[in-house]
Design a protein around this ligand. Structure first.
Ligand code: ZN
Length: 181
């Protein structure tokens, strides 16, 4: 297990459409090692989620959640620690809501991004078992943010109002600016 370097916005590897995790890789030692590295990297950076492209791995693989309250979002509902392969998101309803986001690949900045309020997400866990959840609010936001990394989209590309985009330390003085998510 190892903490890997997180690519920053501007690196063309963050703009790729990621490849599906091949069937023969699911359950493999290589995949479990990759997931362990991603978990180490996310935890070291105090992130709420991480996508494989952020460490330069061109695969449809995201991790998010913690199973415990995020000190950076004490009000937010607890999201179970989830490893998700080859995810598919379906928006439920037309309702979008705005919320602040940050990204480990865009350190020091935050912006308001519209996201579907309620979604269903489906995929596989690293053992090949299916994951199928219907979620809303912050949980739905985190999943949409992470899965955007799999289609080469970083959250600033979804910001509509740049008067609500800026440096964390200016927008939220007092918040621990040493980490983003
Ligand atoms: Zn991100």
């Amino acid at each position: 297990m190892a903490v890997r370097e997180i690519l920053k916005m501007g690196d063309p590897r963050l703009l790729r459409v990621a490849q599906p995790v091949p069937e023969q890789a699911i359950g493999s030692d290589d995949l479990h090692r990759l997931v362990a590295d991603m978990l180490d990297t996310m935890h070291a950076a105090h992130g709420a989620g991480l996508a494989a492209p952020q460490i330069g791995v061109d695969l449809q693989l995201v991790i998010f959640g913690s199973g415990q309250p995020n000190p950076r979002y004490p009000e937010a509902p607890v999201i179970p620690l989830t490893v998700l392969l080859n995810p598919v998101i379906t928006a439920l309803g037309q309702e979008q809501e705005e919320g602040w986001e940050g990204c480990l690949s865009v350190p020091g900045l935050r912006g308001v991004v519209p996201r579907w309020q309620r979604i269903r997400y489906q995929g596989l866990d690293p053992y090949g078992d299916s994951v199928d959840r219907t979620v809303d609010g912050f949980h739905a936001r985190v999943v949409q943010h992470e899965c955007d990394h799999l289609i080469g989209v970083l959250y600033p590309m979804r910001v509509r109002d740049f008067s609500r985009f800026g440096f964390t330390e200016v927008l939220f003085p007092g918040l621990d600016a040493a980490s983003d998510d």
